[in-house]
Design a protein around this ligand. Structure first.
Ligand code: PMP
Length: 405
């Protein structure tokens, strides 16, 4: 008996990434890793969570905290989010908000909501590989998002139809300090994206996972805020905003949220009911308590720590990178993106760097929907202290020198 023969066609595109195989090697002692794109656990507000969980379980709320709850999400948390969204220029009501199990679930639901096989999703080259992983089972075609006006909406529509017979359903992008490049879409870019999607008559999925982690420069309102400013009301907007507490409070509790026009939220609520009924009640209660008690102060501490690490990485790159290597200078987030001289392969470099220098990173290739980008790598500065970053960049410089020859 071979059950794998009976798997649905959609599973053909659910593949383990080659990177995961390479990263298994990271368990060896002495490796300095800039591979994991995860928050530093030392920065989690553990005391505040300990208090929130204890108070909930000791109080009258214990029963309801352990009970099923509504699919839309814990109301006091949605109310707090209404206030936060208003602060960034997104006036909305609790009915515009759905709590999800992390923003990863939001990406899965939005793929399910919009994509029929052969429909087109516009994504950056490179983009968050977890978004590609979430969309892939819905069998889309990908096209390269371009917001500088060098491709017309007609051109995007025509190639969507000609190649797979579908239509462009959405543009997905991480607007601030993207994973993997660390880059941010500026105000003009946000406006021209909105021009493009209006012409295309498609949705925008705005992934705001890193939005709170800005270290310098002025905040830029979300794309959804720009669209509300144009159209007057969230109900007239095509942008769907995906937020997350993963990079600010805790990724393990799996709490994120979607903000969108009500008809979108209503359909997503049905999807949530069918998929997991609701996100864990206790986790939502704890996130609500901690967010209300200390969100701003906590995020300000996290920013301070990561700012120092970002600065250390940029300074060390200047010192140790051989000629011909270029990198981004992110104003926030967790990542720096390196472009290596053409012909230097990121995956080969990882094998060499692990073996000879005991330093790790993620080859950039897997972030490209078209399989390009072999001469790129992603470095994450979130989990290493300044001295380790300095030593790690020194080692990376040596590995690169050996690779370039
Ligand atoms: N979007 C981006 C750009 C990410 O980097 C991540 C996590 N690495 C996610 C979404 C998913 O995060 P979560 O589900 O924990 O909110």
């Amino acid at each position: 008996m071979d059950l794998t023969e009976m798997f649905a066609e959609r599973t053909a595109r659910m593949k383990a990434s080659e990177i995961r195989e390479l990263l298994k090697l990271l368990d060896q002692p002495g490796i300095i890793s800039f591979a994991g794109g995860i928050p530093d656990p030392a920065l989690f507000p553990s005391d505040a969570f300990a208090k929130a969980f204890a108070q909930t379980m000791e109080g009258d709320q214990a029963g309801s905290a352990l009970q099923y709850s509504v699919s839309e999400g814990y109301l006091p948390l949605r109310e707090w989010l209404v206030g936060e969204m208003a602060k960034v220029g997104v006036p909305c009501s609790v009915d515009n908000i759905l709590i999800t199990s992390g923003s990863q679930q939001a990406l899965d639901y939005l793929g399910k909501l919009f994509l029929s096989p052969g429909d087109t999703a516009l994504v950056n080259w490179p983009t968050y590989m977890g978004a590609l992983g979430a969309f892939n089972p819905y069998e889309p075609r990908y096209d390269q998002l371009s917001i500088n006006g060098n491709r017309s909406a007609e051109d995007f529509k025509d190639s969507a139809k000609a190649e797979t017979g579908g239509r462009v359903k959405f543009a997905y992008l991480s607007s601030d300090f993207s994973n993997p490049t660390g880059e941010t879409v500026d105000r003009r870019g946000r406006e021209s994206l909105l021009d493009l999607v209006d012409d295309l008559d498609c949705a925008v999925i705005e992934d705001a996972a890193y939005q709170a982690l800005r270290y310098d420069g002025a905040d830029i309102p979300p794309i959804l805020a720009f669209e509300i400013a144009r159209k007057g009301d969230i109900e007239a907007c095509r942008t769907i905003y995906c937020g997350s507490f993963s990079k600010t409070l805790s990724p393990g509790l799996r709490v994120g949220w979607i903000v969108a026009a009500k008809p979108v939220i209503s359909q997503l609520v049905l999807m949530k009911q069918a998929s997991d009924l609701h996100s864990p009640t206790l986790n939502q209660i704890a996130i609500n308590a901690v967010a209300r008690a200390c969100f701003e102060d906590h995020v300000s501490d996290v920013r301070k720590a990561y700012r120092g690490r970002r600065d250390a990485m940029l300074a060390a790159l200047e010192r140790y990178m051989p000629k011909g290597v270029e990198w981004t200078r992110p104003e926030g987030g967790m990542f720096v993106w390196l472009t290596l001289p053409v012909g230097v392969d990121g995956a080969d470099l990882l094998a060499l760097a692990l073996e000879t220098q005991k330093v790790a990173f993620v080859p950039g290739h897997a972030f490209f929907a078209d399989g390009s980008g072999r001469n790129t790598i992603r470095l994450s500065f979130s989990c290493a202290d300044e001295a380790t970053i300095e030593e790690g960049m020194r080692r990376l410089g040596l590995a690169l020198q050996a690779a370039i020859g």
